[in-house]
Design a protein around this ligand. Structure first.
Ligand code: S3P
Length: 171
């Protein structure tokens, strides 16, 4: 379809496995926009997320993440579609940069993410009881996601294609 012009970056936020990367990628492809995933940038430069966590802890990961996200959000160039790791919004500098973006919160429930997070080895913060860890983090961060969001998309009973459709309509 026709290319969409964005006036600001379109940034997807939300808890782990909510579909930020997939929905962002599909949306960007459909509208002829560039797509960038913050976790992918981090992994390309610093190695896998589990290896960063084991070598530098969550604190080290957050420092790297804040730096990479700031670089993405302030880079010269056309506005694009960006997906952030679930915890990127914890950083106050990132929160300030998001004020100049169009922020979409993928408001996921456990049922949506459960098939994606069981047996997941790529997300160190879900080690142990993944469902319980996910729920605790999603609930704790939800007020921050809501505060930063210009648009909230609930994921319950929707395919990722349907979410792309809904986002295209609402934008
Ligand atoms: C994290 C989410 C992950 C990744 C890291 C920490 C979090 O990204 O950045 O494992 O704290 O929520 P996804 O949201 O893509 O799973």
């Amino acid at each position: 379809s026709m290319a969409m012009a964005l006036d600001r970056h379109l940034v997807l936020i939300g808890p782990m496995a909510s579909g930020k990367s997939t929905v962002g990628q599909l949306f960007a492809a459909r509208h002829g926009l560039q797509f960038v995933d913050s976790d992918k940038k981090i992994v390309a430069k610093h190695g896998s997320i589990p290896s960063i966590f084991s070598a530098q802890g969550e604190r080290g990961f957050r420092e790297i993440e804040a730096r990479e996200v700031a670089a993405l959000l302030t880079a010269a160039g056309d506005p694009c579609v960006i997906s952030l790791g679930g915890g990127a919004i914890l950083d106050t500098g990132t929160q300030q940069l998001l004020a100049n973006c169009r922020v979409v919160f993928l408001d996921a429930d456990l049922e949506t993410v459960l098939p994606r997070i069981r047996r997941d080895t790529g997300r160190p913060l879900l080690a142990g009881d993944a469902a319980a860890r996910w729920t605790e983090m999603a609930e704790r961060r939800r007020p921050t996601y809501l505060k930063l969001a210009d648009l909230v998309l609930t994921t319950r009973n929707k395919s990722q294609a349907e979410l792309v459709e809904e986002l295209s309509t609402l934008l």
